[in-house]
Design a protein around this ligand. Structure first.
Ligand code: FAD
Ligand code: NAP
Length: 263
């Protein structure tokens, strides 16, 4: 007889079985921002999901979650990360060279995916810093263009040089000129193109909607929010004040979130 727990044991990815990823390139955007490109034989993933990367540091395997930046159809895996002061894994990851090994979990995981987002006219993708990654992955899929009439991609950073992936975003804008809008936020520098300040304030005072030219309301919009936990919380609070609510499978709403660390 099959033991009661065997189903769970089969479905649970075996995290002790790491896959060896081969570093193809480490792209350096600024002194803190990097993209790691890897070749690795892993299971198919869904756009928006994350996996775990690991390296052996002082005799211990140190693992952290990272979102896929590449689309599921692209075999070159890509991860966008910031060098965190005194962060164990990122300080090691910035030293890798082409041909080095970075371990990767055998399959992707996570629910920050379009299948979890109900239908709406408009999809708002709100990110801080490196959390633009999962949105870039989702934007490579056909489903997102088929399901939403308009998509607004927001990238909120401290300084202009942190507005990365410009070429990739320009290519998406050229391919979907009527459907996609990119709204950059820069909080600590004046620019003539970005909104100065933070996302929740720009929602509250109407600046984001004015820039996008579409309403951000419960009857028109779905909102995906990713990155800094304080931004995720403060933005959710502002949206909830507009009658939007967290999206749950049992109780569909309008706000789907992922936090990159705990407050
Ligand atoms: C679901 C999920 C997906 C993630 N995806 C990414 C990703 O795609 N890119 C990425 O850079 N990080 C991502 N992270 C964070 C990542 O797992 C690591 O925590 C981070 O790279 C730092 O690792 P570390 O070992 O150097 O330091 P840690 O000991 O892990 O982190 C130390 C501190 O650094 C800060 N921090 C961590 N990550 C970030 C970040 N991205 N931006 C700003 N501050 C941060 C926090 O204050 C954290 O407590 C994700 C986290 C989760 C939970
Ligand atoms: N980026 C750097 O140059 C730098 C330098 C030193 C250390 N670090 C460290 O690196 C890590 C990541 O830095 P990061 O710049 O990628 O990410 P971040 O600190 O999350 O900042 C990204 C954007 O999110 C905004 N933000 C922060 N809290 C918010 C909130 N509650 N509501 C709305 N928006 C909010 C920031 O605005 P504000 O500017 O108004 O906070 C900024 O525009 C942090 O641990 C940081 O301490 C970064």
């Amino acid at each position: 007889m099959i033991p009661h727990h065997s189903k769970d044991m089969v479905q649970e990815p075996d995290v002790s079985k790491w896959v060896e990823g081969k570093v193809v390139r480490l792209r350096r955007w600024t002194d803190k921002l990097y993209s790691l490109q890897l070749e690795a034989d892993i299971a198919p993933f869904t756009a928006g999901q994350f996996t775990r990367l690991a390296m052996d540091i002082d005799g211990k395997r140190v693992a952290r979650p990272y979102s896929f930046v590449n689309g599921p159809d692209n075999p070159l895996l890509e991860f966008y990360f910031i060098l965190v002061p005194h962060g164990p894994l990122t300080n090691r990851l910035v030293e890798v060279k082409s041909g080095d090994t970075v371990y990767i979990a055998p399959r992707g995981t996570g629910f920050f995916v379009l299948d979890e987002v109900p239908d709406a006219d408009y999809l708002w993708m709100l990110s801080t810093g490196t959390a633009i990654g999962p949105f870039l992955s989702i934007l490579t899929t056909d489903a997102v263009w088929q399901r939403f009439r308009k998509i607004v991609l927001v990238h909120a950073v401290r300084t202009c040089k942190e507005l990365t992936y410009g070429e990739e975003i320009d290519a998406l804008l050229a391919r979907h000129p009527e459907q996609l809008q990119m709204v950059p936020f820069v909080s600590r520098e004046d620019t003539d193109f970005a909104i100065r300040g933070r996302v929740p304030q720009a929602i509250e005072n109407g600046e984001l909607e004015a820039r996008a030219g579409i309403p951000l309301t419960a009857d028109t919009s779905q909102v995906m929010i990713c990155g800094n936990p304080a931004m995720v919380r403060d933005t959710s609070t502002v949206l909830e004040a507009r009658g939007m609510k967290k999206n749950r499978r049992s109780n569909p709403g309008h706000i789907t979130t992922e936090q990159y660390w705990k407050d």
